[in-house]
Design a binder for this molecule. Structure first.
Ligand SMILES: [Zn+2]
Length: 728
């Protein structure tokens, strides 16, 4: 072949190549289109589809929201748009560099893992699938930021592993929700990098799973309605409905019933927001708070963007960052993600974030303390980056980060009636948490005539926790089967049987026992000033009628900076044995006539038993039951009067100190027929007199002698509504 013929044959070969490849591409495309149409056919042939259309007939948009109308087939649309991605790609090279590196470093660790690695044996809930749903958006996000194919490849590997799983969860709930959420997001974000065939496969599966979720959330004769469908205050509903909406938004315009899923989820979220309390606190504990919050905020963000419906104007939401902030452990105690006080079913760490949750709250409500806490937690690595990509989407750098040093050291969450006390935000030597309110809060107790999701609450009215100088001293039981006797409050012994508060006795709190007669327990007084904090908790209404309880008022006097006086006034219709309980960490010994000393490492707590004068005490180990037959040992101090009684006062003083420090000398006095205390400590003497026969039960029970009445920085009283339980 000569040069000329070579030159002539090159364009010829190119033309042949172009024509051939065009034919191949057209054939492949046609094949994919055909496949895609076939799958589309399968979607409408899905028997569930017709049922969704039937049962969801009234869940159509009356007027299609403008963003959805404008959207057509635009992707991405969930949290990110083409424009936002371009902006973020610039920001991660500058202002967001640190946030980005944290996210990327974490995701890179997962590059050599496979979806099988997250499996663990859990046939009941298949919760290992959550980790797959959680990982997929991470890979997809990193791909969008870097365009590095390695992340795309990884995202597809995890997506199709999930697509090929025979089941997403054993029934419609959390496992299905996480897969629905994660894969819907990836479908939207990677839309232009998925082949038609891939898109059709994902769409078919998402639609089917979303339909199962939808049908489980409504009442029909044909499908099993899941327990969570009306559990408006329970994290499951929040997670499940957010995932249903996300699938709807991702597939809107492609799948006809997506509209129904969106409207169903939206109507549930409207009720959820309406059910929330007024104080920002969570009855489920901080860990479940972070789980629920993540999904609530994820939904609210989508609703604002895609439905033009701004639901952020909510009292509870505006305050909720303070719940996480106040429930934080002193910063010197943060380690291995242990950062929170565990009230209710809750370990001592967040399951989700909470850095990105706090950043979102900071951004929405210009809350600079939330911004600070997010920064502190992520700086020290005390976060769980389940959806760490949200840090980059939700961060608003215009909100400053302010440490809480000027915030009040005492905080009363007055719907759940939880009080958190610190000696100072800087030192954080003392942290005391007291709980008294109704299991789901006053607001929800009024609103609901069934339990809307209080299963994780503990029977812990008038219970408290004490941490001092970096050590746990008086503790909660943890995530166990629910028993009052596992808490630092009062139980009664009747015929050799211990009887505690309503709702106890099974793995999940039996809220209907409380809600049936609208039994109210409440903080009826809370004060804070530079000299003392003072709380009265009224719990008489929260015990079963068999006890015949007429009065159980617990007074907490925090004499600043380090002394707690606990006074309990108890009256019953017949003589009984009330048991005063304390659960502790460390070793407990009797030190003097009426004092015991708890030692935990370099911290000691002196326990002074002032009244009753005739008492017995017992130190023993109690066994709490975990799920799945496992157990946990709890250390208990029990104080009981030597005789049965129908009227008794307990006065117990607690003083924590570093082990080298001394404890005060406390003397009981009587003046003008009134009992009192003299507390001598470090060359200072404090004198208190108690007024046990005051007019109203929310009147202050003590007077500090020789001290000018301090000016309260917080002053709260509550008159309990006269909802007398039907006492026999
Ligand atoms: Zn507990």
């Amino acid at each position: 072949m000569n040069n000329r013929s070579i030159k002539r044959s090159i364009p010829l070969a190119l033309a042949v190549l172009i024509i051939t490849s065009t034919i191949i591409i057209i054939t492949i495309d046609n094949q994919y289109l055909h496949e895609s149409k076939k799958k589309e056919g399968e979607i409408t042939e899905d028997p569930l589809y017709l049922d969704v259309i039937k049962y969801g007939a009234n869940l159509k948009f009356k007027k299609i929201p403008a963003p959805l109308l404008k959207m057509n087939s635009t992707h991405p649309r969930l949290y990110l748009t083409k424009e936002k991605i371009t902006k973020l790609r610039k920001l991660i090279k500058g202002l967001y560099w640190e946030l980005w590196i944290r996210e990327k470093t974490w995701v890179d660790k997962w590059l050599n893992k496979s979806p099988q690695d997250v499996y663990y044996h859990d046939p009941e809930e298949m919760l290992w699938q959550r980790a797959i749903g959680n990982m997929i958006p991470h890979f997809a996000f990193c791909y969008l930021m870097t365009q590095n194919e390695i992340y795309l490849k990884k995202a597809k590997e995890w997506i199709f592993y999930a697509i090929n799983l025979p089941k997403w969860g054993p029934y419609p709930d959390l496992a299905k929700a996480h897969l629905l959420y994660g894969i819907s997001l990836a479908y939207d974000w990677l839309y232009h990098d998925l082949t038609l065939k891939e898109k059709a496969m994902i769409r078919t599966r998402l639609a089917h799973e979303a339909r199962l979720m939808f049908l489980a959330s409504i009442k029909t004769k044909k499908y099993k309605t899941m327990w969570w469908h009306d559990a408006y205050l329970q994290n499951h509903l929040w997670v499940d409905m957010c995932s249903l909406a996300t699938a709807g938004f991702a597939l809107y315009g492609e799948i006809p019933d997506a509209e129904i899923w969106i409207n169903q989820a939206h109507s549930k979220f409207l009720k959820i927001l309406d059910s929330l309390g007024t104080d920002g606190a969570s009855h489920e504990g901080v860990s479940y708070w972070s789980y629920g919050m993540e999904y609530l905020l994820k939904y609210l963000d989508l609703a604002r963007e895609l439905l033009e419906c701004d639901l952020f104007n909510n009292t509870w939401l505006k305050k909720t960052a303070y719940y996480r902030l106040y429930m934080s452990l002193p910063r010197s105690m943060w380690k291995n993600s242990m950062t929170i006080v565990n009230i209710a079913d809750c370990p001592m760490r967040d399951w989700y974030g909470p850095d990105y949750i706090l950043r979102k709250l900071a951004a929405e409500y210009r809350n600079s303390y939330a911004q600070w806490l997010a920064y502190e937690l992520s700086r020290t690595g005390m976060v769980n980056p389940v959806s760490g990509w949200l840090n980059l989407i939700w961060y608003d750098p215009s909100v400053p980060a302010t440490p809480p040093y000027n915030l009040s050291t005492m905080k009363h969450f007055d719907d759940l009636d939880i009080v958190v006390i610190r000696d100072s935000w800087k030192e954080e030597n003392i942290l005391f948490v007291f709980k008294c309110g109704p299991f789901i809060g006053h607001n929800a107790l009024k609103k609901f005539n069934y339990d809307p999701g209080g299963g994780h609450v503990h029977p812990d009215v008038n219970h408290f926790i004490l941490i001092a100088y970096g050590k746990w001293l008086i503790v909660d039981d943890g995530y166990l089967s629910k028993k009052t006797s596992q808490h630092n409050t009062i139980v009664f012994e009747i015929n050799g049987k211990e009887i505690g508060q309503l709702g106890e006795g099974s793995m999940w709190f039996k809220g209907n026992e409380v809600i049936k007669d609208k039994r109210i327990s409440a903080i009826i007084r809370a004060e804070s000033n530079p000299i003392f904090d003072y709380i009265i908790g009224d719990a008489y209404n929260i015990y079963p009628d068999t006890i015949g309880l007429k009065k159980f008022l617990r007074h907490i006097i925090y004499l600043k900076p380090d002394t707690f006086i606990i006074i309990d006034e108890i009256q019953t219709t017949k003589p009984l044995t009330p048991k005063w309980l304390l659960h502790y960490k460390g070793t407990l010994q009797k030190t003097e006539q009426n004092t015991l000393t708890l030692t935990n490492n370099d911290v000691s707590l002196r326990i002074y038993i002032i009244q009753p004068h005739e008492f017995e005490y017992r130190i023993y180990e109690q066994t709490g039951e975990r799920e799945g037959g496992r157990t946990k040992k709890l250390n208990v101090l029990e104080i009981t009067p030597t005789q049965k009684t129908d009227k008794i006062i307990f006065i117990i003083v607690l003083h924590p100190a570093k082990i080298k420090e001394k404890h005060p000398t406390i003397t009981e006095i009587h003046e003008n027929g009134k009992p009192g205390l003299i507390i001598q400590y470090k060359n200072r003497t404090k004198k208190l007199l108690f007024n046990l026969t005051r007019k109203r039960k929310n009147d202050r029970i003590f007077k500090l002698i020789g001290i000018k009445e301090p000016i309260n920085t917080y002053n709260f009283t509550r008159e309990l509504p006269s909802l007398e339980p039907s006492k026999n």
